[in-house]
Design a binder for this molecule. Structure first.
Ligand code: CP
Ligand code: NVA
Length: 310
C-alpha cells in the first residue's frame, strides 16, 4: 500500500512525514556520495520525459543532470511541440508515453493537467511546478534547512509575499516536518484557504503551526528562515503593474530581517528580482543560502527519482 501512493509526486500532501524524512535523508546520502565522486547508477537504462509548458533553468537542468548521474537519461519535451499543443488529450498522451519511457516530469499551468496525466499514465509522474504546487522545490528547501540547522522540528519559517505555488508546497512541507510557518502577504494575495485549512490540521498532529497575516514584521519576528518568491509568477505577466503596487511594503530587506533571529537563513526558490521582493543586500548577504538551496534541487530530486523510478 505504501508503494501505491508513491507512484507519483504531485504534491507533498500525498506523502507522510516519514516518507518525506526518508526522501530527505536519502537526498543527503546521495549528495555526500556524489561529492566524494562515487558512482551511483541505480537508474541505468531508464528514461525520464520532461514536459515543459513554462520556462525553467533549475528544474530542467537538475532533472536532466540527475537522471544522467543516476545512469539514465532524460528527454526535453516542449509542450508546444507535442501534439498536446494541438489538442491531443492528456489521457492519450499519458498512455502513449507510458509505452516508451519510465517516468514523466511535467511543468505546466493547471494542477488538474498533472492529475489527469498521472491518472492515465502507468509510469510515475512528477510535478515540476503548476500554478498550485512546487513540491520538488519544497523538498530541496527542507533539505537545505536541515543541512544548515541540523534539524527541522520546531523551527520557524517566515514566508513573505505571494501566497503562490512555492508558498503552498513550503507550508505543507513545513507542517509535515513539525515546523512553524508564518506567511505574510498583502490582502488578496494570501495562500489558498483550502491548503491553509489542510495544513493547520496536519500541524495539530505534528506540533507545527500555520499563521496567515498581512503583517510582514509579525511573520519575520524571531524566524529561523526568511523566504520569499517573485511577486509576478509565470503566466501572470499581465498583472505585473498591479502586483508591483500591491507588494511594495513586502520587500525582504535589511530593515525587515532585523526582526528575524541573528543566524536566520535567507531563502528564495529563484529566479529572483533584486529590488522587488528582495534587496540585493539580503540575497547577496551572508545569511543567504540561495545557491546551496538551488544546488539541492539536484540531490533532493535524485532521491525522488530513485524512489519512484528505481
Ligand atoms: N526554482 C525553480 O523551479 O527554478 P526554474 O524555474 O529555473 O526551474
Ligand atoms: N512562483 C514562481 C516560481 C518559479 C520557480 C512561478 O510560478 O513563476
Amino acid at each position: 500500500e505504501k508503494k501505491a501512493d508513491l507512484k507519483d509526486m504531485l504534491t507533498l500532501k500525498d506523502y507522510s512525514s516519514d516518507q518525506i524524512n526518508d526522501l530527505l535523508s536519502n537526498a543527503i546520502k546521495i549528495k555526500n556520495a556524489f561529492k566524494l565522486g562515487e558512482s551511483y547508477t541505480p537508474l541505468k537504462g531508464k528514461i525520464l520525459g520532461m514536459i515543459f509548458d513554462k520556462s525553467s533553468t533549475r528544474t530542467r537542468v537538475s532533472f536532466e543532470a540527475g537522471m544522467i548521474q543516476l545512469g539514465g537519461s532524460a528527454m526535453y519535451l516542449n509542450g508546444k511541440d507535442l501534439q498536446i499543443g494541438r489538442g491531443e488529450p492528456i489521457s492519450d498522451t499519458a498512455k502513449v508515453l507510458s509505452e516508451y519511457i519510465d517516468g514523466i516530469m511535467i511543468r505546466t499551468h493547471y494542477h488538474h493537467t498533472v492529475e489527469e496525466l498521472a491518472k492515465h499514465a502507468s509510469i510515475p509522474v512528477i510535478n515540476g511546478l503548476t500554478d498550485m504546487y512546487h513540491p520538488c522545490q519544497a523538498l530541496a528547501d527542507l533539505q537545505t534547512i536541515l543541512e544548515c540547522k541540523g534539524s527541522l522540528t520546531g523551527l520557524k519559517i517566515a514566508y513573505i509575499g505571494d501566497g503562490n505555488n512555492v508558498a503552498h508546497s513550503l507550508i505543507i512541507g513545513a507542517v509535515k516536518m513539525g515546523m512553524h510557518i508564518a506567511v505574510a502577504s498583502p490582502a488578496g494575495y494570501e495562500p489558498n484557504p483550502e491548503i491553509v485549512t489542510y495544513s493547520k490540521e496536519i500541524a495539530e498532529q505534528t506540533g507545527g503551526s500555520v499563521t496567515i497575516t498581512n503583517d510582514a514584521v509579525e511573520a519575520v519576528n524571531q524566524a529561523d528562515v526568511v523566504y520569499t518568491d517573485v511577486w509576478t509568477s509565470m503566466g501572470q505577466e499581465e498583472e505585473n503593474e498591479i502586483r508591483l503596487k500591491a507588494f511594495t511594503n513586502y520587500q525582504v530587506n535589511t530593515d525587515l530581517v532585523k526582526h528575524a533571529k541573528p543566524d536566520y537563513l535567507f531563502m528564495h526558490c529563484l529566479p529572483a528580482h533584486r529590488g522587488e521582493e528582495v534587496s540585493h543586500e539580503v540575497i547577496d548577504g551572508e545569511n543567504s543560502v540561495v545557491f546551496h538551496q538551488a544546488g539541492n534541487r539536484l540531490h533532493a530530486q535524485k532521491a525522488l527519482l530513485v524512489e519512484l523510478l528505481g
